[in-house]
Design a protein around this ligand. Structure first.
Ligand code: FMN
Length: 173
């Protein structure tokens, strides 16, 4: 039975961190817009939407990020990246989790579009936060949470089975 909930569930279960990419292909602007709009559709506490997104498609900037971010070397081979940023004044208490929800929407929409991506950590590593802020002209009250390289997957990365029934508790722990 094929319906939209099956499609959503299959995308959720197919999603994986992609770290190997085919080189050299650009991503159409409409596709990037689709991904960014999915990010904006995320839930946020009191609907404060404390996020901003920086889409990077300049090779020199992607390379500069890859040079300094220790676990984001995939940026050398992806045509774009999205940096999920949080306005900490817009939501002092919940910006971290709100922006994590937006990040997951990006990762799922990327999977649905047969592209690949991986969350690479910036926050809470202060050195990485300062480096990304400086490189991308980000104001001090805006925190870059992560950098998400996005590209065409080489199809070597596979989803992991992480289901552990012993971690599911019914009624009480
Ligand atoms: C907060 C956070 C930080 C992460 N940072 C990195 C990173 O810097 N580099 C990387 O390659 N993967 C990073 N990952 C991806 C995880 O390694 C990955 O999600 C985990 O191994 C599970 O694999 P899966 O995404 O394929 O299910 C990060 C994920 C999260 C949620």
């Amino acid at each position: 039975m094929e319906n939209s909930s099956n499609t959503v569930l299959s995308v959720i279960h197919k999603r994986k961190s992609v770290r190997e990419f085919k080189k050299g292909k650009t991503i159409p602007k409409e596709t990037i817009d689709t991904i960014v709009k999915a990010a904006f559709a995320a839930p946020s506490a009191i609907n404060l939407q404390p996020w901003h997104f920086i889409v990077i498609d300049e090779r020199a900037i992607l390379n500069a990020l890859a040079d300094d971010l220790p676990y984001a070397k995939m940026l050398y081979s992806t045509p774009i990246a999205i940096v999920v940023c949080a306005d900490t004044q817009a939501s002092e208490l919940y910006w971290e989790v709100d922006c994590a929800a937006a990040t997951q929407n990006i990762l799922l929409s990327v999977e649905a579009l047969d592209l690949g991506a991986v969350w690479t950590a910036v926050y809470p590593q202060q050195k990485r936060v300062s480096f990304v802020q400086k490189l991308l002209n980000i104001p001090e009250n805006i925190i870059p949470l992560n950098v998400i390289p996005i590209g065409y997957p080489a199809n070597t990365d596979k989803p992991k089975d992480k289901y552990k029934p012993q971690k599911v508790h019914v009624n009480k722990w």
